[in-house]
Design a protein around this ligand. Structure first.
Ligand code: ADP
Length: 207
């Protein structure tokens, strides 16, 4: 029987710059049974067609932000709020609590027996999402590796990738805020072993 007073699993944050390997490492945790939620996915889900937030955005900014297929034109919305702090503020105060509530909901899976779950987010430390977490794992690679992996994954030009990196927390600052670091500048098999060892430590810590 589910009881709302039941102990909830601890929330461990997993972050890193673009192309550092967050999704890759999250999948490795998934392979040992750890439940994880991607904050970017949730941010998209809450504005999917039919969701109340999408109707509110259309009501505020106009129907031209809705694509013919009914989905939000995210690029158009970004452009609209980019140079307009007041509109950006409006949008953030609409979405922020909705995203947070949905994150909390998804971070409490039914019938889950491990003592922790993972919140995967590129902006965990840049936003207040880290306040939801009891511990922070940083995925770390040298910036050059980050650039090369992102360029080949997204087929984006170098200058675009460099701009995104410049908008995120610098590597050293991110590392300074880490409780745990996963070094992802090495073969996947070695990273998988490190993840398994870290998983054992986290289970022991939160059990
Ligand atoms: P993020 O989610 O942080 O943006 P990804 O997990 O998508 O990063 O990894 C970025 C790219 O680098 C992907 O194409 C992924 O397959 C690759 N990659 C991740 N880890 C490794 C590794 N240890 N060795 C080689 N390639 C990797």
């Amino acid at each position: 029987m589910s009881d709302s007073r039941e102990a909830q699993p601890a929330i461990v944050g997993l972050t890193g710059g673009i192309g550092s390997g967050k999704s890759t490492v999250a999948r490795l945790f998934g392979e040992v049974g750890v439940h994880w939620v991607d904050a970017d996915d949730v941010a998209r889900e809450v504005v999917a067609p039919g969701m109340p937030a999408l109707a509110q955005i259309a009501g505020h900014f106009g129907d031209e932000l809705i694509s013919p297929d009914g989905s939000l034109d995210r690029a158009a919305l970004r452009t609209l709020v980019f140079n307009d702090p007041a509109q950006r503020q409006w949008l953030e105060s609409l979405l922020h609590p909705i995203i947070r509530e949905e994150l909390v909901r998804q971070l409490r899976p039914e019938g889950y027996s491990l003592p922790y779950v993972l919140l995967v987010s590129p902006l965990l430390l840049e936003t207040d999402q880290h306040t939801m977490t009891q511990r922070v794992i940083v995925i770390d690679v040298p910036v050059e590796v980050q650039i090369e992996r992102t360029m080949s994954r997204d087929e984006n030009p170098r200058d675009q990738v460099e701009r995104i990196i410049a908008s995120q927390l610098p590597r050293e600052e991110r590392l300074a805020r880490a409780d745990e670091v996963v070094h992802n500048d090495r073969p996947r098999t070695e990273v998988a072993e490190e993840v398994q060892a870290l998983h054992q430590r986290l289970v022991a810590l939160f059990r």
